[in-house]
Design a binder for this molecule. Structure first.
Ligand SMILES: NC(=O)c1ccc[n+]([C@@H]2O[C@H](COP(=O)([O-])OP(=O)(O)OC[C@H]3O[C@@H](n4cnc5c(N)ncnc54)[C@H](OP(=O)(O)O)[C@@H]3O)[C@@H](O)[C@H]2O)c1
Length: 285
């Protein structure tokens, strides 16, 4: 039997249509999970409203309340998701604006970094909240999003959230806000760690004498291939590494230098520092 699309009769509103909201909208339409007539968005700038209306055929509003209202559950009663996608520093004002304009059945999905479920629920006076933490590869449908839900979120709403987040790549449900801070440090901040490693390796290639574009091509495909190989082989990373570390060879020599330079400890400390920062930023809200 064909699997039911949980979003087939849903209505969606995107509050603050910047990079992340556009990535979700584009993914949903690309995967045909919803049609443009099911989506409304809000944005303060007219040029951006026109741009998104022309590009995706979605209804755009200047006022955030109007977008949320447009997405209120219709007669078909397929559910309603209001996605908060503004920058963290704008969130409190937006929540104030939206307060009192949502109906009980609407689900609020936040992609805003640092904003706790409790804060959103209190500011909106609304119980059904999902908090998500996507990462930048979501922009090409290859992201990973950690998410957690308040206890009032129904099973059907959970299915709708999963379908929506799968348009950004993979999604992983975590237990609470605390684990969202952990995911912030690991998977959401993660691409920046990899980009730094990528840059350092390309520079090392240039240092040896490769032209930059050759070094880039070698490094990009090497990283991509290594991840796919690790995933498909189901082997522990140390085993994969040992397979190519011959006695007295190049890998052994390079690994010796990396261990001497405390690469593992540096990475572990970096993730821990990002985790502490995520907690600190979240507690300021
Ligand atoms: N980008 C990512 O990969 C990523 C990853 C994880 C989490 N996030 C989270 O996603 C949220 C959005 O990030 P983003 O990268 O999409 O930022 P963004 O591109 O700046 O999007 C936010 C949009 O909201 C608009 N806006 C400003 N004030 C508004 C208001 N009062 N009402 C409605 N819209 C308003 C902004 O307009 P102007 O451009 O005119 O200011 C902007 O277009 C952030 O909270 C961020 O923490 C993003």
């Amino acid at each position: 039997m064909e699997e039911m699309n949980p979003l087939s009769n849903a209505r969606l509103a995107f509050i603050g249509c910047g990079v992340m909201a556009e990535a979700i909208i584009a993914g949903l339409l690309r995967k045909k999970l919803v049609g443009p007539e099911q989506i409304a968005g809000s944005h303060p700038r007219q040029t951006r409203r026109e741009e998104l209306h022309v590009k995706y055929g979605i209804e755009m509003f200047e006022n955030n309340r109007d977008a949320a209202l447009d997405a209120a559950p219709g007669e078909e009663n397929g559910g309603s998701l209001v996605v908060l996608a503004v920058k963290p520093q704008r969130l409190l004002r937006v929540l104030e604006e939206l307060r009192g304009s949502l109906v009980k059945e609407q689900l609020v999905v936040s992609v805003v970094a640092g904003a706790k479920i409790e804060t959103i629920a209190e500011e909106l006076l609304h119980p059904s909240i999902v908090r998500t933490m996507p990462n930048t590869p979501a922009q090409i449908g290859e992201g990973v999003t950690a998410w957690t839900a308040s206890s009032e979120v129904s099973e059907q709403q959970v299915r709708q959230v999963c379908a929506m987040l799968d348009a950004l790549g993979k999604s992983v449900r975590v237990e609470n806000d605390h684990q969202i801070d952990m995911a912030t440090a690991l998977s959401a901040t993660g691409p920046t760690y990899i980009f730094l490693v990528m840059e350092a390796l390309v520079d090392a290639g240039v240092h040896m004498g490769f032209s930059r574009h050759v070094a880039e091509e070698l490094v990009h495909q090497m990283l991509l291939g290594s991840v796919l190989f690790a995933k498909e082989s189901h082997k522990h990373p140390a085993e994969l590494r040992n397979m190519v570390t011959s006695p007295g060879g190049t890998s052994a020599e390079a690994i010796y230098q990396m261990e001497k330079g405390s690469l593992r400890t540096v990475l572990s400390k970096a993730v821990w520092a990002a985790y502490q920062k995520a907690q600190e930023l979240g507690s300021k809200k």
